[in-house]
Design a protein around this ligand. Structure first.
Ligand SMILES: NC(=O)c1ccc[n+]([C@@H]2O[C@H](COP(=O)([O-])OP(=O)(O)OC[C@H]3O[C@@H](n4cnc5c(N)ncnc54)[C@H](OP(=O)(O)O)[C@@H]3O)[C@@H](O)[C@H]2O)c1
Length: 326
């Protein structure tokens, strides 16, 4: 099968579009014929082994990227199921966390695969898993957003942000999205009552305070971000940094946030990186009900995944960047 393979750490230039063996599945896995896969900053963290400390922690691989076939977000049709798998069978249309999504076939742990809502294309469905469940955890669980809350989403036009805006609006919050001029109409169209164009205004100037600020960019120091949060409000930080030779990445910012959190009334919360079936089901439920619709900014053929990755790394993705597999 055709796949995007990463044999060594580096820029998107090291990604190869080559033939590899089809993956084998274990008793708790499914084999999926991939129709579309979405990119995430997580993918360039793995590809670049960035931050370097993640290599020592074993989370991106020690001497080369782990796994060999890139990509985690996908949508496709189940081809085969392992002996222990219940509730899924060949022919089911699904989305979820795949092991090597940038390929014609991928193995997936059945627990992290859920039915694709019929209203979505495979390209839209591929954009749901990581960004959707991350936004749900940030807004619903960590942010504890309730109806009537004033919520600000920084990076509202991106993968996570475009889900966060919609989820907060679905929960009844009054949402403000922060983006560049070209994305103002998009952010308003997905449910933001107010939009701050960051090329003209600074939401951290202290003039307006929010019950919950959800940051996907990390471009403001903590003391400035706190000016945008009410005295007992919550800051949820989801910013993982930009590509380019980082030793510790966001770890310093996370440590600072937790230290300040211990001595102030505001809740300052870094967002842990976890996956659960419950979150995938919940966000897919919102999508199936029409309360959330994935935003697909650009699509590329599988062979052009490196070009898609270069675009993502520039930090101005509009919604999800998706590769179409076939
Ligand atoms: N903790 C976790 O589990 C987890 C999971 C997923 C992602 N993350 C992290 O969350 C972050 C966001 O991920 P993502 O998938 O949403 O990334 P993304 O899709 O690449 O987001 C890019 C967005 O950032 C916006 N942006 C760039 N500069 C900005 C600025 N100065 N002010 C406001 N917005 C700005 C861009 O909007 P414009 O084009 O309008 O500038 C673009 O829409 C990343 O750091 C990622 O590593 C964490």
């Amino acid at each position: 099968m055709k796949a995007i393979v990463q044999e060594r750490f580096g820029s998107p230039d090291v990604l190869q579009f080559i033939d590899v063996d089809q993956p084998e599945i274990g008793p708790d896995d499914v084999l999926v014929r991939v129709h579309a896969a979405a990119l995430n900053p997580y993918d360039w963290h793995i590809l670049r082994g960035d931050p370097y400390v993640a290599r020592l922690m074993g989370t991106v691989g020690l001497t080369r990227p782990k796994p060999r076939v890139a990509g985690v977000d996908g949508a496709g049709t189940v081809q085969a199921v392992g002996a222990n798998v219940r509730g899924l069978r060949a022919g089911d249309e699904v989305l979820g966390r795949f092991e090597g999504a940038f390929a014609e076939y991928a193995r997936a742990v059945a627990d992290l695969v859920v039915p694709k809502p019929a209203r979505l294309t495979f390209e839209q469905a591929a954009g749901v898993p990581m960004a959707g469940q991350t936004a749900l955890r940030a807004i619903r669980d960590v942010g504890r957003v309730r109806a009537g809350h004033r919520v600000l989403v920084n990076g509202a036009a991106g993968g996570v942000g475009s889900f966060a805006v919609q989820i907060a609006a679905a929960l009844g919050a009054e949402v403000t999205g922060v983006c560049s001029t070209g994305n103002v109409d998009l952010v308003r169209s997905i449910g933001a009552a107010h939009v701050v164009d960051y090329t003209k205004d600074d939401f951290t100037d202290g003039r307006v305070r929010y019950d919950v600020v959800q940051d996907n960019v990390g471009n403001h120091p903590l003391r400035h971000l706190r000016r945008a949060v009410t005295p007992t409000g919550t800051l949820v930080s989801n910013a993982g940094g930009s590509p380019g030779g980082n030793l510790f990445g966001p770890i310093g910012a996370i440590v600072r946030m937790l230290a300040v959190n211990a001595v102030v009334r505001q809740r300052l919360r870094p967002l842990p990186d976890t996956w659960t079936r419950e979150h995938l089901i919940a966000v897919t439920g919102l999508v199936a009900a029409g309360q959330v619709t994935p935003v697909v900014g650009r699509t590329y053929p599988l062979a052009d995944t490196a070009t898609a990755m270069r675009h993502l790394e520039q930090g101005h993705a509009r919604g999800k960047i998706v590769v179409t597999v076939g």
